[in-house]
Design a protein around this ligand. Structure first.
Ligand code: NIG
Ligand code: FE
Length: 391
Protein backbone atom coordinates (compact mmCIF):
# COMPACT_ATOMS: atom_id res chain seq x y z
CA UNK A 1 0.00 0.00 0.00
CA UNK A 2 1.55 3.25 -1.15
CA UNK A 3 0.83 6.95 -1.57
CA UNK A 4 0.47 8.19 -5.13
CA UNK A 5 1.20 11.62 -6.55
CA UNK A 6 -0.70 12.47 -9.73
CA UNK A 7 1.42 15.29 -11.10
CA UNK A 8 1.36 17.66 -14.09
CA UNK A 9 -2.41 18.06 -14.20
CA UNK A 10 -3.08 20.84 -16.74
CA UNK A 11 -6.37 21.78 -15.08
CA UNK A 12 -7.76 20.21 -11.90
CA UNK A 13 -11.43 20.57 -11.00
CA UNK A 14 -11.86 20.02 -7.25
CA UNK A 15 -15.44 21.26 -6.71
CA UNK A 16 -14.08 22.84 -3.54
CA UNK A 17 -14.50 26.62 -3.78
CA UNK A 18 -11.85 27.13 -1.10
CA UNK A 19 -9.25 25.68 -3.49
CA UNK A 20 -7.97 27.26 -6.70
CA UNK A 21 -9.87 30.01 -8.45
CA UNK A 22 -12.62 30.37 -5.83
CA UNK A 23 -15.38 29.37 -8.27
CA UNK A 24 -17.81 26.54 -7.50
CA UNK A 25 -15.55 24.22 -9.51
CA UNK A 26 -12.48 25.14 -7.43
CA UNK A 27 -10.19 25.02 -10.47
CA UNK A 28 -6.42 24.82 -10.23
CA UNK A 29 -4.08 25.12 -13.22
CA UNK A 30 -0.75 23.21 -13.21
CA UNK A 31 -1.90 21.13 -10.28
CA UNK A 32 -1.16 17.89 -8.50
CA UNK A 33 -3.06 15.51 -6.26
CA UNK A 34 -1.87 13.04 -3.62
CA UNK A 35 -3.85 9.88 -2.88
CA UNK A 36 -3.21 7.92 0.31
CA UNK A 37 -3.06 4.16 0.70
CA UNK A 38 -6.82 3.99 1.42
CA UNK A 39 -7.73 5.68 -1.87
CA UNK A 40 -8.53 9.04 -0.25
CA UNK A 41 -7.28 12.39 -1.52
CA UNK A 42 -4.79 13.66 1.05
CA UNK A 43 -3.56 16.78 -0.75
CA UNK A 44 -4.50 18.91 -3.80
CA UNK A 45 -2.69 22.04 -4.90
CA UNK A 46 -0.17 23.61 -7.26
CA UNK A 47 2.27 21.16 -8.81
CA UNK A 48 5.21 23.26 -7.63
CA UNK A 49 4.22 22.67 -3.98
CA UNK A 50 3.39 18.97 -4.26
CA UNK A 51 4.67 16.80 -1.39
CA UNK A 52 6.66 13.63 -2.05
CA UNK A 53 4.85 10.32 -2.47
CA UNK A 54 5.84 6.68 -3.00
CA UNK A 55 4.71 6.66 -6.64
CA UNK A 56 4.60 9.59 -9.07
CA UNK A 57 2.30 9.46 -12.10
CA UNK A 58 2.32 12.06 -14.86
CA UNK A 59 -1.03 13.43 -16.09
CA UNK A 60 0.77 14.92 -19.09
CA UNK A 61 -1.09 18.23 -18.87
CA UNK A 62 -4.51 16.62 -19.15
CA UNK A 63 -7.59 17.95 -17.38
CA UNK A 64 -8.68 15.99 -14.28
CA UNK A 65 -12.25 16.16 -13.00
CA UNK A 66 -14.10 14.31 -10.24
CA UNK A 67 -15.58 10.98 -11.33
CA UNK A 68 -19.14 11.44 -12.51
CA UNK A 69 -21.90 10.63 -10.02
CA UNK A 70 -24.83 9.16 -11.94
CA UNK A 71 -27.68 9.39 -9.44
CA UNK A 72 -30.41 7.87 -11.62
CA UNK A 73 -30.11 4.66 -13.65
CA UNK A 74 -32.23 1.59 -14.34
CA UNK A 75 -29.69 -1.10 -15.21
CA UNK A 76 -31.33 -4.37 -14.17
CA UNK A 77 -33.41 -5.51 -17.11
CA UNK A 78 -33.58 -7.78 -20.12
CA UNK A 79 -34.82 -7.20 -23.64
CA UNK A 80 -34.64 -4.44 -26.19
CA UNK A 81 -37.01 -1.63 -27.16
CA UNK A 82 -35.23 -0.30 -30.23
CA UNK A 83 -38.45 -0.59 -32.24
CA UNK A 84 -40.17 1.75 -29.77
CA UNK A 85 -37.34 4.25 -30.27
CA UNK A 86 -37.64 4.00 -34.04
CA UNK A 87 -41.38 4.64 -33.81
CA UNK A 88 -40.79 7.69 -31.59
CA UNK A 89 -38.33 9.15 -34.03
CA UNK A 90 -41.05 9.04 -36.64
CA UNK A 91 -43.63 10.74 -34.43
CA UNK A 92 -45.02 8.32 -31.83
CA UNK A 93 -45.08 9.83 -28.32
CA UNK A 94 -43.28 8.18 -25.39
CA UNK A 95 -45.72 6.34 -23.10
CA UNK A 96 -45.06 4.97 -19.61
CA UNK A 97 -46.82 1.73 -20.66
CA UNK A 98 -43.71 0.64 -22.56
CA UNK A 99 -42.21 -0.19 -19.17
CA UNK A 100 -44.40 -3.33 -19.16
CA UNK A 101 -42.58 -4.66 -22.23
CA UNK A 102 -39.34 -4.65 -20.26
CA UNK A 103 -41.07 -6.09 -17.19
CA UNK A 104 -42.16 -9.13 -19.21
CA UNK A 105 -38.65 -9.69 -20.61
CA UNK A 106 -37.03 -9.18 -17.21
CA UNK A 107 -39.32 -11.63 -15.42
CA UNK A 108 -38.50 -14.24 -18.07
CA UNK A 109 -34.74 -13.76 -17.85
CA UNK A 110 -32.53 -16.08 -15.77
CA UNK A 111 -30.40 -14.45 -13.08
CA UNK A 112 -27.26 -14.97 -15.20
CA UNK A 113 -28.69 -12.99 -18.11
CA UNK A 114 -29.69 -10.08 -15.87
CA UNK A 115 -26.33 -10.16 -14.09
CA UNK A 116 -24.38 -10.17 -17.36
CA UNK A 117 -26.38 -7.28 -18.83
CA UNK A 118 -25.98 -5.32 -15.60
CA UNK A 119 -22.22 -5.92 -15.46
CA UNK A 120 -21.88 -4.86 -19.11
CA UNK A 121 -23.74 -1.61 -18.46
CA UNK A 122 -21.83 -0.80 -15.26
CA UNK A 123 -18.57 -1.31 -17.19
CA UNK A 124 -19.90 0.92 -19.98
CA UNK A 125 -20.69 3.71 -17.48
CA UNK A 126 -17.26 3.34 -15.87
CA UNK A 127 -15.44 3.64 -19.20
CA UNK A 128 -17.22 6.95 -19.70
CA UNK A 129 -16.11 8.31 -16.34
CA UNK A 130 -18.88 7.36 -13.92
CA UNK A 131 -17.46 6.21 -10.59
CA UNK A 132 -20.65 6.27 -8.49
CA UNK A 133 -23.92 4.95 -9.86
CA UNK A 134 -27.38 4.62 -8.36
CA UNK A 135 -29.23 1.54 -9.63
CA UNK A 136 -32.99 1.07 -9.39
CA UNK A 137 -35.18 -1.99 -9.49
CA UNK A 138 -38.53 -1.49 -11.20
CA UNK A 139 -38.67 -4.03 -14.03
CA UNK A 140 -39.66 -7.01 -11.88
CA UNK A 141 -42.77 -5.83 -10.02
CA UNK A 142 -43.16 -9.08 -8.06
CA UNK A 143 -41.69 -9.71 -4.63
CA UNK A 144 -39.25 -12.21 -6.13
CA UNK A 145 -38.26 -10.18 -9.20
CA UNK A 146 -37.81 -6.86 -7.38
CA UNK A 147 -35.70 -8.40 -4.62
CA UNK A 148 -33.52 -10.32 -7.08
CA UNK A 149 -32.96 -7.09 -9.07
CA UNK A 150 -31.81 -5.28 -5.95
CA UNK A 151 -29.62 -8.18 -4.82
CA UNK A 152 -27.92 -8.10 -8.25
CA UNK A 153 -27.55 -4.30 -8.12
CA UNK A 154 -26.05 -4.49 -4.63
CA UNK A 155 -23.06 -6.33 -6.07
CA UNK A 156 -22.15 -3.13 -7.95
CA UNK A 157 -23.19 -0.23 -5.72
CA UNK A 158 -24.44 0.77 -2.29
CA UNK A 159 -26.75 3.26 -3.99
CA UNK A 160 -29.63 0.86 -4.64
CA UNK A 161 -33.21 2.04 -5.04
CA UNK A 162 -36.42 0.05 -4.61
CA UNK A 163 -38.77 1.12 -7.44
CA UNK A 164 -41.55 -1.44 -7.07
CA UNK A 165 -43.86 1.51 -7.75
CA UNK A 166 -42.67 1.97 -11.34
CA UNK A 167 -46.00 1.06 -12.99
CA UNK A 168 -48.91 -1.17 -11.97
CA UNK A 169 -48.17 -4.59 -13.52
CA UNK A 170 -50.80 -6.16 -15.79
CA UNK A 171 -51.98 -8.70 -13.20
CA UNK A 172 -53.09 -5.82 -10.94
CA UNK A 173 -54.63 -3.67 -13.69
CA UNK A 174 -58.11 -4.13 -12.20
CA UNK A 175 -57.03 -3.45 -8.64
CA UNK A 176 -54.17 -0.95 -8.51
CA UNK A 177 -54.65 -0.25 -4.80
CA UNK A 178 -53.92 -3.93 -4.07
CA UNK A 179 -50.62 -3.46 -5.89
CA UNK A 180 -49.78 -0.44 -3.70
CA UNK A 181 -50.53 -2.66 -0.67
CA UNK A 182 -48.12 -5.27 -2.04
CA UNK A 183 -45.39 -2.67 -2.64
CA UNK A 184 -45.75 -1.09 0.81
CA UNK A 185 -46.07 -4.49 2.55
CA UNK A 186 -44.46 -7.76 1.48
CA UNK A 187 -42.42 -6.27 -1.37
CA UNK A 188 -40.90 -3.61 0.87
CA UNK A 189 -40.21 -6.29 3.49
CA UNK A 190 -38.27 -8.33 0.93
CA UNK A 191 -36.52 -5.41 -0.81
CA UNK A 192 -35.76 -3.11 2.12
CA UNK A 193 -32.64 -5.02 3.20
CA UNK A 194 -31.08 -4.55 -0.25
CA UNK A 195 -32.06 -0.90 -0.77
CA UNK A 196 -30.83 2.49 0.43
CA UNK A 197 -33.63 4.41 -1.31
CA UNK A 198 -37.27 4.14 -2.28
CA UNK A 199 -38.61 5.74 -5.47
CA UNK A 200 -42.01 6.09 -7.13
CA UNK A 201 -43.07 7.10 -10.64
CA UNK A 202 -45.65 9.78 -9.76
CA UNK A 203 -47.36 10.45 -13.07
CA UNK A 204 -50.63 9.95 -14.95
CA UNK A 205 -50.54 6.34 -16.08
CA UNK A 206 -48.34 5.30 -13.16
CA UNK A 207 -49.04 6.35 -9.50
CA UNK A 208 -51.16 9.31 -8.35
CA UNK A 209 -50.38 11.57 -5.43
CA UNK A 210 -52.04 9.42 -2.75
CA UNK A 211 -50.42 6.21 -3.94
CA UNK A 212 -47.01 7.90 -4.25
CA UNK A 213 -47.34 9.31 -0.73
CA UNK A 214 -48.22 5.87 0.62
CA UNK A 215 -45.19 4.30 -1.08
CA UNK A 216 -42.73 6.97 0.05
CA UNK A 217 -43.95 7.14 3.64
CA UNK A 218 -43.79 3.35 3.94
CA UNK A 219 -40.18 3.44 2.71
CA UNK A 220 -39.24 6.33 4.99
CA UNK A 221 -40.74 4.47 7.96
CA UNK A 222 -38.36 1.57 7.15
CA UNK A 223 -35.38 3.91 7.15
CA UNK A 224 -34.99 4.24 3.37
CA UNK A 225 -34.37 7.66 1.81
CA UNK A 226 -36.90 9.01 -0.68
CA UNK A 227 -36.51 9.97 -4.35
CA UNK A 228 -39.29 10.61 -6.87
CA UNK A 229 -39.79 10.37 -10.65
CA UNK A 230 -41.67 13.67 -10.84
CA UNK A 231 -43.30 15.90 -13.46
CA UNK A 232 -41.79 14.01 -16.40
CA UNK A 233 -44.64 13.70 -18.86
CA UNK A 234 -46.82 16.57 -17.65
CA UNK A 235 -47.54 18.83 -14.69
CA UNK A 236 -48.35 16.96 -11.50
CA UNK A 237 -47.92 16.62 -7.76
CA UNK A 238 -44.59 14.75 -7.74
CA UNK A 239 -42.18 17.63 -7.16
CA UNK A 240 -44.17 19.14 -4.30
CA UNK A 241 -44.63 15.75 -2.70
CA UNK A 242 -40.88 15.13 -2.95
CA UNK A 243 -40.14 18.45 -1.25
CA UNK A 244 -42.80 17.96 1.43
CA UNK A 245 -41.46 14.52 2.36
CA UNK A 246 -37.82 15.62 2.33
CA UNK A 247 -36.84 13.48 -0.66
CA UNK A 248 -33.18 13.70 -1.60
CA UNK A 249 -34.11 14.27 -5.23
CA UNK A 250 -36.99 15.00 -7.59
CA UNK A 251 -36.01 13.55 -10.95
CA UNK A 252 -37.00 14.70 -14.46
CA UNK A 253 -38.62 18.06 -13.43
CA UNK A 254 -39.63 18.67 -17.05
CA UNK A 255 -43.05 20.26 -16.46
CA UNK A 256 -42.82 22.71 -13.53
CA UNK A 257 -44.97 25.64 -12.46
CA UNK A 258 -43.86 28.50 -10.21
CA UNK A 259 -45.03 26.72 -7.06
CA UNK A 260 -42.93 23.65 -7.95
CA UNK A 261 -39.84 25.79 -8.50
CA UNK A 262 -40.42 27.67 -5.23
CA UNK A 263 -40.89 24.37 -3.36
CA UNK A 264 -37.57 23.08 -4.72
CA UNK A 265 -35.82 26.36 -3.88
CA UNK A 266 -37.12 26.24 -0.29
CA UNK A 267 -36.17 22.60 0.26
CA UNK A 268 -33.09 20.39 0.42
CA UNK A 269 -34.48 18.38 -2.50
CA UNK A 270 -32.18 18.34 -5.53
CA UNK A 271 -33.71 18.72 -9.01
CA UNK A 272 -32.14 15.96 -11.10
CA UNK A 273 -32.38 16.68 -14.80
CA UNK A 274 -32.15 13.85 -17.33
CA UNK A 275 -31.69 15.47 -20.72
CA UNK A 276 -30.96 12.16 -22.42
CA UNK A 277 -34.65 11.39 -21.93
CA UNK A 278 -35.80 14.48 -23.79
CA UNK A 279 -33.27 13.70 -26.53
CA UNK A 280 -34.47 10.11 -26.84
CA UNK A 281 -38.18 10.87 -26.61
CA UNK A 282 -38.08 14.04 -28.74
CA UNK A 283 -39.65 16.04 -25.92
CA UNK A 284 -39.05 19.61 -24.72
CA UNK A 285 -36.14 19.90 -22.31
CA UNK A 286 -36.55 21.01 -18.66
CA UNK A 287 -35.91 24.70 -17.98
CA UNK A 288 -32.57 24.41 -16.21
CA UNK A 289 -31.96 28.17 -16.24
CA UNK A 290 -35.18 28.83 -14.34
CA UNK A 291 -34.17 26.32 -11.65
CA UNK A 292 -30.64 27.69 -11.37
CA UNK A 293 -31.93 31.27 -11.21
CA UNK A 294 -34.19 30.27 -8.31
CA UNK A 295 -31.22 28.83 -6.42
CA UNK A 296 -32.26 25.18 -6.80
CA UNK A 297 -29.48 22.58 -6.56
CA UNK A 298 -29.40 20.87 -9.97
CA UNK A 299 -27.96 17.43 -10.73
CA UNK A 300 -27.51 15.73 -14.09
CA UNK A 301 -27.94 11.98 -14.52
CA UNK A 302 -28.30 9.59 -17.45
CA UNK A 303 -31.53 7.72 -16.50
CA UNK A 304 -29.96 4.86 -18.48
CA UNK A 305 -32.86 2.48 -19.23
CA UNK A 306 -34.08 0.52 -22.27
CA UNK A 307 -37.16 2.70 -22.82
CA UNK A 308 -36.95 6.46 -22.43
CA UNK A 309 -33.17 6.83 -22.72
CA UNK A 310 -30.62 4.15 -23.45
CA UNK A 311 -27.42 6.12 -22.95
CA UNK A 312 -24.85 5.36 -20.28
CA UNK A 313 -22.78 8.41 -21.14
CA UNK A 314 -22.51 11.28 -18.71
CA UNK A 315 -20.34 13.22 -21.19
CA UNK A 316 -23.23 13.02 -23.66
CA UNK A 317 -25.64 14.32 -20.99
CA UNK A 318 -23.25 17.17 -20.19
CA UNK A 319 -23.14 18.11 -23.87
CA UNK A 320 -26.95 18.06 -24.03
CA UNK A 321 -27.23 20.15 -20.86
CA UNK A 322 -24.99 22.79 -22.38
CA UNK A 323 -26.39 22.77 -25.91
CA UNK A 324 -30.07 22.17 -25.21
CA UNK A 325 -30.65 23.44 -21.66
CA UNK A 326 -28.25 26.38 -21.79
CA UNK A 327 -26.27 25.37 -18.75
CA UNK A 328 -22.72 26.68 -18.84
CA UNK A 329 -20.06 23.98 -19.19
CA UNK A 330 -19.07 24.69 -15.57
CA UNK A 331 -22.66 24.34 -14.32
CA UNK A 332 -23.11 21.11 -16.26
CA UNK A 333 -19.89 19.57 -14.94
CA UNK A 334 -20.77 20.57 -11.37
CA UNK A 335 -24.26 19.06 -11.78
CA UNK A 336 -22.81 15.77 -13.11
CA UNK A 337 -20.38 15.48 -10.16
CA UNK A 338 -21.16 17.49 -7.01
CA UNK A 339 -24.83 17.76 -7.99
CA UNK A 340 -25.15 14.00 -8.32
CA UNK A 341 -23.41 13.58 -4.96
CA UNK A 342 -25.93 16.00 -3.39
CA UNK A 343 -28.78 14.01 -4.94
CA UNK A 344 -27.40 10.93 -3.16
CA UNK A 345 -26.62 12.89 0.03
CA UNK A 346 -22.95 11.97 -0.30
CA UNK A 347 -20.06 14.22 0.67
CA UNK A 348 -17.23 11.76 -0.02
CA UNK A 349 -17.68 11.74 -3.82
CA UNK A 350 -18.23 14.39 -6.50
CA UNK A 351 -15.22 16.40 -5.38
CA UNK A 352 -11.43 16.10 -5.28
CA UNK A 353 -10.40 17.79 -2.07
CA UNK A 354 -8.58 16.40 0.97
CA UNK A 355 -10.81 13.77 2.57
CA UNK A 356 -12.75 12.83 -0.56
CA UNK A 357 -12.47 9.55 -2.41
CA UNK A 358 -9.91 9.58 -5.20
CA UNK A 359 -12.56 8.92 -7.83
CA UNK A 360 -11.40 10.86 -10.85
CA UNK A 361 -11.38 11.12 -14.61
CA UNK A 362 -8.47 12.10 -16.85
CA UNK A 363 -9.64 13.83 -19.99
CA UNK A 364 -7.66 13.90 -23.19
CA UNK A 365 -8.32 17.64 -23.30
CA UNK A 366 -6.94 20.82 -21.76
CA UNK A 367 -10.27 21.68 -20.13
CA UNK A 368 -13.60 20.17 -19.06
CA UNK A 369 -15.26 22.53 -21.56
CA UNK A 370 -14.25 20.01 -24.21
CA UNK A 371 -16.86 17.59 -22.79
CA UNK A 372 -19.49 19.78 -24.47
CA UNK A 373 -17.31 21.39 -27.14
CA UNK A 374 -16.36 17.96 -28.57
CA UNK A 375 -19.61 16.00 -28.26
CA UNK A 376 -19.44 12.29 -28.97
CA UNK A 377 -15.64 12.19 -28.77
CA UNK A 378 -14.22 9.66 -26.28
CA UNK A 379 -12.19 12.10 -24.17
CA UNK A 380 -12.17 9.94 -21.03
CA UNK A 381 -8.75 8.30 -21.10
CA UNK A 382 -8.38 7.00 -17.53
CA UNK A 383 -10.80 6.49 -14.68
CA UNK A 384 -9.66 6.05 -11.09
CA UNK A 385 -12.06 4.59 -8.58
CA UNK A 386 -10.02 5.34 -5.47
CA UNK A 387 -6.75 4.40 -7.13
CA UNK A 388 -5.09 4.24 -10.55
CA UNK A 389 -6.47 1.53 -12.85
CA UNK A 390 -4.75 -1.86 -12.59
CA UNK A 391 -3.05 -1.23 -9.23
O1 NIG B 1 -37.14 7.39 -15.80
N1 NIG B 1 -40.25 7.37 -16.14
C1 NIG B 1 -40.18 6.25 -15.68
N2 NIG B 1 -39.18 5.40 -15.79
C2 NIG B 1 -38.12 5.52 -16.74
C3 NIG B 1 -38.48 4.97 -18.07
C4 NIG B 1 -38.61 3.54 -18.03
C5 NIG B 1 -38.96 2.89 -19.35
O2 NIG B 1 -39.52 3.50 -20.27
O3 NIG B 1 -38.65 1.70 -19.41
C6 NIG B 1 -37.66 6.94 -16.81
O4 NIG B 1 -37.78 7.62 -17.82
FE1 FE C 1 -35.93 6.89 -14.40
Amino acid sequence: MVTTLLDRIGLLVTNDPTLGDGSALGQLADAALVVDARGTVSWAGPSAQAPAADVRLDAGGRCVVPGFVDSHAHLVFAGDRAAEFTARMSGQPYAAGGIRTTVAATRDAPDEVLAANLARLVAELRRQGTTTVEIKSGYGLTVHDESRALALARAHTDETTFLGAHVVPPEYADDPSAYVDLVTGPMLDACGPYARWIDVFCEDGAFDSDAARAVLTAGLARGLGARVHANQLGPGPGVQLACELGAASADHCTHLDDVDVAALADSATVATLLPGVEFSTRSPYPDARRLLAAGVTVALATDCNPGSCYTSSMPFCIALAVREMRMTPAEALWAATAGGAAALRRTDVGRLAPGSRADLVLLDAPSYVHLAYRPGVPLVTDVWAGRPPAT
